[in-house]
Design a protein around this ligand. Structure first.
Ligand code: ATP
Length: 321
């Protein structure tokens, strides 16, 4: 049972909805009579003692904002036991008794090590646009990023159709194809290339050529950045098909923007759960969603397992292309 203070931080890549989650953590803890500290810039700020006490107004005017008001960073130093000790000592000196970490699997791994090494209670919330945290079918920010991508695909489709072009759209996802697969299906793409599934370039080019000969006006190919080099792919596809091909790399546009209702709602629900759980003495859990309901996942299981791409999505993308 925590009596005095908890801290909240965002870590890893920023994701829309992190603000809504942190806001819910802060307001819930204050409601429970527990002080809340915000750690700026993830583990880097924890080590650098960039920590401030928050009040209810610290999280005003935030729910609609993308990014994270706490800032986020990557920290090599935190990967060392000495770095983690420095970070822990900065929490300890303020009487912080528990930590809510909002981030991807790397950030949650860092939290699991703090828990093992110092026994500090840790509750994690999955915050990443990649939707690649094991044990939850939802991560904060993925829905907003997916909507941003689909909006871009809609626009690219107009211009591709006008010019009878093939449009290759590169989206984020070094190791995870969830964003590409989901937006490929929702954006009506002909092909979706992801790191998890092998593809045959010659077959694809052959099919594209055939389809254009039969009168097709345009094609959309969504490529996860970890599947292949999209620019190089564009050159090869144009060479092999003889069809005008353009590549659009969406880049960091995908991370920003006002969170969708889904991200605001779910992040708020998870934030409240996290604060209540950590205050009541729960530790080493990650809260996520399964079939629309909040679930708690063991932190060590979450970080030691790899989420795989749902084969049903792969099948559906092929079926509807
Ligand atoms: P995203 O999915 O958006 O990339 P992430 O949380 O997985 O988010 P990472 O860069 O992997 O992002 O991790 C964020 C930070 O967490 C790292 O900079 C590092 O400080 C810490 N971290 C990651 N992996 C470990 C690890 N194995 N041990 C200790 N700390 C780690």
């Amino acid at each position: 049972m925590i009596k005095k203070a908890i801290a909240v931080m965002t870590s890893g890549g920023d994701a829309p909805g992190m603000n809504a989650a942190a806001r819910a953590v802060v307001r819930t803890a204050l409601h429970e009579g527990v002080d809340v500290y915000g750690i700026h810039n993830g583990y880097k700020g924890m080590i650098g003692d960039d920590i401030e006490q928050l009040n209810s107004r610290s999280v005003s005017d935030l729910i609609q904002r993308g990014g994270t008001f706490l800032g986020t960073a990557r920290s090599k130093e935190f990967k060392t036991p000495e770095g983690r000790k420095k970070g822990f000592e900065n929490l300890q000196k303020r009487g912080i008794e528990g930590l809510v970490i909002i981030g991807g699997d790397g950030s949650l791994t860092g939290g699991s090590l703090m828990s093992k090494e110092f026994g500090i209670p840790i509750v994690g919330l999955p915050g990443t646009i990649d939707n690649d945290v094991w044990g939850t079918d939802y991560t904060i920010g993925a829905d907003t990023a997916a909507n941003t991508i689909v909006e871009a695909i809609n626009k690219l489709r107009d211009t591709a159709s006008a010019h009878r072009r093939i449009m290759i759209v590169e989206v984020m996802g070094h190791k995870s194809g969830w964003l590409a697969m989901t937006t490929g299906i929702a954006g009506g793409a002909e092909y979706v290339l992801v790191p998890e599934v092998k593809f045959d370039l010659d077959d694809m080019c052959h099919e594209l050529k055939d389809a254009y000969e039969r009168g097709k006006r345009y094609s959309i190919i969504v490529v996860a950045e970890g599947a292949c080099d999209a620019i190089g792919l564009g050159t090869v596809v144009e060479e092999k098909t003889g069809i005008d091909t353009r590549v659009s790399v969406l880049g960091h546009i995908q991370r920003g923007g006002s969170p969708t209702v889904e991200d605001r709602m779910k992040a708020s629900m998870l934030g409240e759960k996290a604060a209540l759980a950590i205050i009541s003495g729960v530790t080493n859990v990650v809260f996520g969603f399964d079939a629309g309901k909040v679930v708690s996942i063991n932190l060590f299981e979450a970080v030691n397992n790899k989420k795989t791409l749902d084969p049903e999505l792969v099948r559906l993308a092929r079926m509807l292309a």
